[in-house]
Design a protein around this ligand. Structure first.
Ligand SMILES: Cc1cc2nc3c(=O)[nH]c(=O)nc-3n(C[C@H](O)[C@H](O)[C@H](O)COP(=O)(O)O)c2cc1C
Length: 409
């Protein structure tokens, strides 16, 4: 049975053997038979020492005679198209995913063939954590991206095969069977009972094996940082040019809307947060002033913001809700009902929301606005507060609403 090998003898892996294995792996399945992958072979010690830090200096990089970096590659296909009077459109996420799939399949096929020949190897997932460093070290052009690294050599160790979950834990028949607490116990108890894993828990001063993974090995914080790095590297490599992330999403005439009330000092405020696919798309907010006609019954917590284009081409935003008796009520001209200064700032903030800036960045931006009047600063904190509920998990969102400054509806 196979196992990852992390120690290698000094015996070289010949070019002849390596090429014959890669050659055979070329026959793996590939999208449209386009072979959307490349592999960079690193043997040179100096080059390996440049790569090593990107892999957190895992000793296998320097210790293996060969390091292979498998790359998603739409560069070659794009150049082919450009040279043949064709118009490639592969600077987008789906092309990245297709090329990454191709590269990983090719890599896995290579691994199977190499292990069958008695070679030892280890897969390095660190490739996607520090991809920008690898791009630079290997001088990868746009529309290529490193997705897997294999350290390869003749084994200097014979590790014993590691445990696996039982097949039953992996296979679902016809439909997906939920993992009830009983099924989790059944599938994970063997892994948790292994001496090495018990030791792992103890050394790390944790209570469960799962905590070793969540709190130490693969933390949310690290994953989020690596995600940001990876997205930035993908953007630099040209894979996010044709995506929606930087484009405005068309606004439907009617947007679902949450009504968020809050109290700031003595004033009662209201925010109408228009939502597109559950994410804030625009926000109207100001003092809840009955005299001016914003008379939203306390029981109303949602509705629709409707955009109307008037005859003179100007736009008006109305709020529609359904009252307790099931009648639709429309409050016309949300934009005109609030202080024009609030409205102008709201337009800017809505613009940022529409173009997809991450919500926590929008909130930091709004919170950092330095404005002259007390009222405007109150407005700013109200907007930040209204938006915060969309990044907090449900329980936190509820906590936000009931904090001391919130109105108790
Ligand atoms: C996506 C992925 C990332 C991995 N990253 C690393 C790594 O960075 N370092 C390492 O030593 N092993 C790495 N491995 C190897 C796994 O640790 C190994 O496959 C797993 O523990 C099971 O052990 P086995 O391959 O000996 O059966 C990775 C494997 C995969 C599939």
């Amino acid at each position: 049975m196979r196992a990852s090998v992390r120690k290698y003898t000094s015996q070289p892996v010949s070019d002849e053997l390596l090429n014959s294995l890669l050659e055979e792996a070329l026959h793996t399945q590939t999208m449209g038979n386009l072979q959307l992958y490349s592999v960079v072979v690193t043997r040179d010690e100096e080059k390996k020492s440049i790569l090593a830090p990107a892999h957190f200096s895992q000793p296998m990089v320097m210790g293996a005679p060969v390091v292979l970096t498998f790359c998603a590659d739409f560069r070659r296909t794009t150049d082919w198209a450009l040279n043949r009077d064709a118009h490639p459109g592969y600077d987008n996420l789906i092309s990245f995913q297709n090329a990454a799939t191709d590269a990983l399949l090719f890599c896995q096929r290579f691994c199977d063939l190499a292990e069958a020949k008695g070679l030892g190897l280890c897969f390095l997932g660190t490739t996607i954590y520090n991809s920008q460093q690898i791009v630079e070290a290997l001088e990868l052009p746009q529309l290529t991206f490193p997705v897997a690294t294999i350290t390869l050599g003749w084994p200097a160790e014979q590790p014993k095969p590691s445990d696996r979950l039982p097949l039953e834990a992996i296979v679902h028949h016809e439909t997906y069977a939920p993992y009830t607490p009983e099924r989790i116990d059944k599938f994970y108890s063997h892994k948790e009972s292994l001496e090495e894993n018990k030791r792992f828990v103890e050394i790390n001063a944790k209570e469960t094996l799962a905590q070793v993974f969540t709190d130490i090995r693969y933390t949310a914080e690290a994953n989020e940082t690596f995600s940001v790095n990876m997205l930035e590297a993908m953007r630099r490599q040209g894979f996010l040019n044709g995506n929606m992330t930087t484009k405005k999403v068309g606004r439907p005439e009617m947007l679902e809307c949450d009504v968020v009330r809050f109290q700031n000092k003595k004033d009662r405020w209201v925010a109408f947060v228009g939502l597109l696919n559950g994410r804030p798309y625009e926000i109207f907010t100001g003092i809840l002033d009955d005299d001016e006609g914003i008379m939203v019954p306390k029981s109303v917590s949602d509705g629709y913001i409707i955009r109307r284009v008037l005859r003179d081409g100007s736009r008006r935003y109305d709020f529609q809700f359904t009252n307790k008796r099931g009648y639709k009520i429309v409050i016309e001209g949300l934009s005109e009902r609030f202080n024009p200064e609030y409205w102008n700032y709201a337009k800017l903030i809505s613009g940022i929301l529409r173009y997809g800036m991450p919500l926590d960045n929008v909130i930091s931006l709004v919170s950092s606005l330095q404005l002259d009047s007390d009222n405007m600063n109150t407005w700013v904190s109200g907007v930040a507060k209204a938006l915060k509920r969309y990044i907090a998990p449900a329980s936190d969102a509820e906590a936000n609403v009931s904090d001391s400054e919130e109105e108790n509806d």
